[in-house]
Design a protein around this ligand. Sequence first.
Ligand code: GLU
Length: 285
Amino acid sequence: MDHDLKRTFRFAPSPNGYLHLGHAYSALLNFDLARDCGGRFLLRIEDIDTGRARPEFEAAIEEDLAWLGLEWERPVRRQSAHFGDYARALERLDEMGLLYACDCKRSDIARAAAGKPDWPRDPDGTPLYPGICRDKRRRPATEILRAGGVALRLDMRKALALTGQGLSWREFGCRDVAADPAQWGDVVLARKDTPASYHIAVVVDDALQGVTDVVRGRDLFYATSLHRLLQRLLDLPEPRYRHHDLVLDETGEKLAKSIASTALRALRAEGWTPADIRRRVGLIL
Ligand code: GLU
């Protein structure tokens, strides 16, 4: 069958630590869903944060996934090799007048929000940007970034005015979910040290790779509002979404890459088998 007609799933880890049980669940679920519908399964290495990504973690990811019994298409897309694709998307938003260069420090934002308990916060709990640089707009913003500017922000009000109402997404097992990108405010889409944010890279890559089904953890549920907005602005196709539950540790807390005890390689060294991992995350073959 032609690739274009196949449902396409992906697992997209960031190589800044060892994979743990939560990653195993996400990777196995994507793999199983792809296999069950005769679809494609891709691995994408999300290493745009070159300060934190490490080649040894990338090698460990492939080793752990192969040990779990997964197979994926090659070549693997590594985001650090595609900054040009993200720059083109940013330039397009810039040409639409939707970006501005911002040189505020975290402390400038904290000062604006200080003593105001009602100051709006994004879904990650970060105070929304007060718009200090929005009105100093100089264009093209992407050139300012290249010339040493600090960050590029999306002018959320302008973006919403362009896309209008009614942005939503198809979430597995639910009615359509209404997207609410405004809750992210004037989000940063690029920084001097990281020339593409996760948000811009993920929507560009999902489109370029023909991903039809984005299956990822609940922790990224709210980010989907922003992803839908960027897809609409950039004329990218809309994938289906499925935000799965997170695997919790014995105390009911979210697993973190820093908790070495749930790293797949630690469990493997203790004698766990891939079947044990599947049972622990609730995915029996
Ligand atoms: N790279 C992200 C992470 O490791 C996942 C991104 C996604 O699945 O959209 O959390």
